[in-house]
Write a protein that binds this ligand. Structure first.
Ligand SMILES: Nc1ncnc2c1ncn2[C@@H]1O[C@H](COP(=O)(O)OP(=O)(O)O)[C@@H](O)[C@H]1O
Ligand SMILES: [Mg+2]
Length: 312
């Protein structure tokens, strides 16, 4: 009987295995391999426990504190002779605000684009909420939102028209669209300008509009690629406050930045990336303690001998 259970368990992904473990009140360390989890669960579950997991729609599934919502394995991306990402292994926990911090050209945008299915990896796998990015992108698109590095807005439309257009593309209902638009414009201080054509916006205003568009479908997982580039200090603080408030809504946020201050202020965890390699990972506090420094800039300096902002 146990071998039948084992073969059924082997068909599930790691997130689903963690969910079964939660149902059975079994606590499994985050870094256990799938085969080890299967071995343990096979001893503890009955065959009836397994099918219960599969048909439940994603949004209604039980949340676990420890299960990763994004699993990146052996990811690599090459552009001809440039290695933009080298052997990246990383897990993002549901509900955390994770920052990829690194200098220009480190591979941050490439990573975000691959996670969003915009680019194909050269090697490796990515699963988001249990779905494989290269195979189940449609399912993933329903739960993710992207604020790309280059503001993707129509300059001949005003902010409201832009938001409405993208909201409709995501099939957001009319009432929800109106409510979210009003709310987001207000929170980011863009209400007044919202009836002017985006062509006349400053860089910072375009970034804010870009951010609103990325959030209009109320996604569970949000990717923000350099969300505050081009903003003045005041707008940047306001945007940080806003991004921080997304955490209260239990969103999982993956942010890229080359602003050390931003990563320090917002992140639950930071991954430092340089020349396509993840060179450090942990909470800002952990990293500063590990390298006996007062800030993340010095952490980067100690590891690489360079400054993150050097070439900007
Ligand atoms: N489409 C592309 N074609 C060729 N090289 C690229 C392309 N996109 C990115 N790169 C290169 O990959 C590396 C990582 O770039 P990128 O991911 O944009 O870095 P970051 O976002 O950290 O600044 C850089 O060396 C960049 O020049
Ligand atoms: Mg970038």
């Amino acid at each position: 009987m146990s071998s039948v259970i084992k073969s059924e368990l082997e068909k599930l992904n790691k997130k689903e295995l963690f969910e079964i473990a939660t149902l059975r009140k079994i606590s499994i360390p985050n870094n256990w391999s799938k085969s080890l989890i299967v071995e343990l669960l096979a001893l503890n579950v009955s065959i009836d426990n397994i099918p219960k997991i599969k048909p439940v729609p994603l949004i209604h599934r039980i949340k676990t504190d420890s299960a990763p919502i994004i699993v990146i394995k052996d990811l690599a991306k090459k552009f001809e002779d440039i290695t933009a990402i080298e052997n990246l292994n990383l897990e993002i926990i549901e509900g955390e605000l994770f920052s990829l911090l690194g200098p220009n050209g480190a591979g941050k945008t490439t990573t975000i684009n691959i996670l969003n299915g915009i680019m194909k990896p050269t090697k490796g796998t990515i699963s988001i909420a249990g779905f494989d990015v290269t195979k189940n992108l449609d399912a993933i698109k329903k739960i993710i939102g992207l604020c790309p590095q280059e503001a993707a807005v129509f300059k001949f439309l005003n902010a409201r028209e832009n938001i409405e257009l993208f909201g409709k593309l995501h099939s957001v209902s009319k009432e929800e669209l109106e409510e979210r638009t009003d709310n987001l414009l207000e929170l980011l201080g863009l209400t007044e300008a919202s009836k002017r054509k985006a062509g006349g916006y400053s860089g910072g205003m375009l970034r804010k509009l870009n951010l609103i568009i990325g959030l209009i479908s109320d996604p569970k997982i949000v990717f923000l690629d350099e969300p505050t580039v081009g903003m003045d200090a005041r707008a940047r603080r306001k945007t940080w406050e806003f991004i921080g408030s997304l955490k209260e809504k239990k969103k999982t946020i993956i942010l890229t930045t080359h602003y050390i201050e931003e990563a320090e202020a917002l992140s639950d965890r930071v991954g430092i990336i340089d020349y396509g390699k993840l060179i450090e990972l942990g909470t800002p506090k952990e990293l500063m303690k590990r390298h006996a420094t007062k800030n993340l800039e010095e952490v980067f300096l100690k590891i690489t001998g360079r400054r993150i902002m050097e070439e900007i």
